[in-house]
Design a protein around this ligand. Structure first.
Ligand SMILES: *Cc1c(COP(=O)(O)O)cnc(C)c1O
Length: 221
């Protein structure tokens, strides 16, 4: 199957998963995660109608997305990988949504750049629901405080929360934890679920799912 054909299959599975859900959930926004794939591989997926994409590196994205954004002005590009504050200016210039706000320093850098570039982008706070030392994201116990800092101190709107559950664990308790943090902070969007678990994420109330290999195929290391 081609990536465009696999995209069709994922969309169908998503509709079926949300239809079968006990909660009356609406179908989440599908973010096609195109990291490691070049523009020639991505373009047929755009031509097949996909408009929302995710990347995990600022520098890699700068090499392939500006030309695609010019050709297809209605694309929506999400940063889903870790962000260093020295890349905040580039990230604000290129992305429409940044899902990996996980500390005060990054919130300050993004606020400064959005003001300087007069560009408003959507922000999600990433929560390290498994408290894994090697993983980005604010610890669950510190999430409320970071959200309050973004809103009250930096006057930033927080549109959503994002998590990447630990590999090899049941992801559902992590999805539930993220939804609980969102609810008590009046946050509407939940970015959770990848190729292996997007159907379960949709049933747990995801508003955004991030699907890479199920669309583009296995990535080279
Ligand atoms: C790579 C990546 C994905 C997509 O992973 P697949 O398993 O290929 O669907 C989703 N979210 C993040 C943060 C990623 O880095």
């Amino acid at each position: 199957m081609t990536p465009a054909e696999r995209l069709g299959k994922v969309k169908k599975q998503l509709v079926e998963a949300t239809a079968a859900s006990a909660l009356s959930v609406t179908s989440p926004t599908l973010i096609a995660v195109s990291k490691t794939y070049d523009a020639d591989t991505i373009e047929p997926v755009i031509e097949a109608g996909q408009r929302v994409f995710g990347e995990n590196r600022v520098q890699e994205s700068q090499g392939k997305w500006p030309a695609l954004q010019e050709k297809y002005p209605d694309l929506e590009l999400h940063l889903i990988g870790p962000l260093q504050s020295n890349k905040a200016a580039d990230a604000v210039a290129l992305f429409d949504v940044i899902q990996t706000v996980d500390r005060e320093k990054i919130a300050r850098a993004l606020k400064k750049e959005m003001d300087r570039q007069k560009r408003s982008i959507q922000l999600f706070v990433q929560v390290n629901t498994g408290s894994e030392p090697q993983k980005g994201g604010v610890l669950p116990a510190d999430a409320d405080q970071l959200i309050a800092y973004c809103r009250d101190d930096q006057k930033l709107e927080i549109a959503g929360l994002m998590c990447i559950p630990p590999a090899g664990e049941d992801p559902v308790p992590h999805f539930t934890m993220l939804a609980d943090i969102a609810r008590r902070n009046d946050i509407c969007s939940l970015s959770m679920g990848m190729s292996a678990d997007f159907e379960r994420a949709a049933q747990a109330g995801a508003t955004h799912i991030r699907v890479g290999s199920a669309i583009f195929g296995p990535r080279l290391p």
